[in-house]
Unconditional design. Structure first.
Length: 349
């Protein structure tokens, strides 16, 4: 930010000028008894001294112009920085020592002076001093305590002649909000709000990799509602949609917080149970059956819905996500064939 012009050379030139004047003075004293050769030597010394004085004077004039131009450039640069729409924040040893108006506004201050001497760590939750680079996304706290998402580039600079870190920052709260909306459209079932097939398969693929690495187990449940088509046709699609939403809520209430309940399509649901044993699966499956056996009221009508559940275990029934979901689907059809409203583990004939 500040432009620093070294004045050491100007000081040295001044010292040289004083030394020259001293030499001239001593020469004059030395040549009290002036001879022709002495006059020539003195004239020669005086000539060189005058030349040096002229050069020093010229150097000083050029130096003044350089300093003046540097100061003008600095003022121009500061004006540009102040007008930038992006926030500029400079801190040294974690203490904020400069910010432009955009930076002050971004952090909830009315003027840059309000932020001076505040510590970066109190506002920006990231070790940016050790994490230099482009497009770091961090959580930031304004002076009033509210938080927002910020994208920041951190760079080592020199400020007032000492090392500092410059942050160029922008508020990305709206962008993050749009990204969240897009992510929901990609990974969320629009009717029930549950994760969709894509999200479920991505998570199961990740779980397969982790379980293979750590020698862990997990289970997959495949659920299909019994008689849903008849209910949907008789009561209408709106009632059918309401029923699917309520079933989704019931399923979430039957599992742990880290388990994943998803709607694949239609009246098909899946559940991912990390670390689950066969005994755990039996408990969850029976809990689901009991919960769905409780009548559901839609538009004043009592509806009873049941489900058939197929269960596949990793690694017993498969070593990849596609195989496991297929095996759980097969187990679900075995439950259908054995009377519905029940659960079955995959049995290979």
């Amino acid at each position: 930010m500040n432009v620093f012009i070294s004045r050491n050379r100007l000081v040295l030139a001044l010292i040289a000028l004083i030394s020259i004047l001293d030499i001239l003075h001593r020469k004059v004293l030395l040549y009290v008894g002036i001879t022709s050769s002495g006059i020539w030597d003195l004239a020669s010394d005086i000539g060189w001294s005058i030349a040096v004085i002229i050069l020093v004077f010229w150097y000083f004039q050029i130096g003044k112009k350089i300093i003046h131009q540097a100061n003008e450039n600095e003022k121009h640069y500061r004006r540009l920085v102040e007008l930038l729409p992006e926030a500029i924040i400079v801190h040294r040893d974690g203490q904020i020592i400069y910010t432009n108006q955009a930076g002050a506004s971004l952090l909830g201050a009315s003027s840059p002076t309000e932020l001076l001497n505040h510590y970066r760590k109190d506002l920006i939750h990231s070790e940016l001093g050790e994490n230099l680079g482009l497009n770091n996304q961090v959580k930031v706290k304004r002076l009033d305590g509210t938080t927002f998402d910020m994208e920041v580039t951190a760079t080592n600079i020199e400020y007032n002649g000492e090392p500092a870190i410059e942050l160029i920052a922008r508020d990305i709260t709206n962008r993050k909000r749009q990204e969240d909306i897009v992510e929901k459209l990609v990974y969320q079932d629009t009717l029930t709000g549950l994760p969709n097939r894509r999200f479920f398969m991505d998570k199961m693929n990740q779980l397969v990799i982790q379980s293979r690495k750590n020698n862990n187990r997990f289970a997959v449940m495949f659920l299909d509602l019994d008689g849903f088509k008849q209910i949907n046709d008789s009561l209408g699609h709106d009632a059918g949609d309401t029923l699917l939403k309520q079933v989704g809520n019931h399923l979430k209430g039957c599992v742990r917080e880290n388990d994943i309940v998803a709607r694949l399509a239609g009246d098909e649901f899946t559940i991912l149970l990390p670390g689950a044993t066969e005994k755990d699966c039996k408990l969850v499956a029976q809990r689901i059956i009991d919960r769905l056996n409780t009548p559901i009221f839609i538009t004043g009508k009592k509806i009873r819905i049941t489900t058939s559940i197929g269960i596949a275990l990793y690694p017993q029934n498969g070593h990849d996500a596609e195989m496991l979901i297929k095996q759980a689907d097969m187990a679900m059809y075995q439950a259908k064939e054995q009377g519905k409203n029940c659960y079955r583990f995959l049995k290979v004939s």
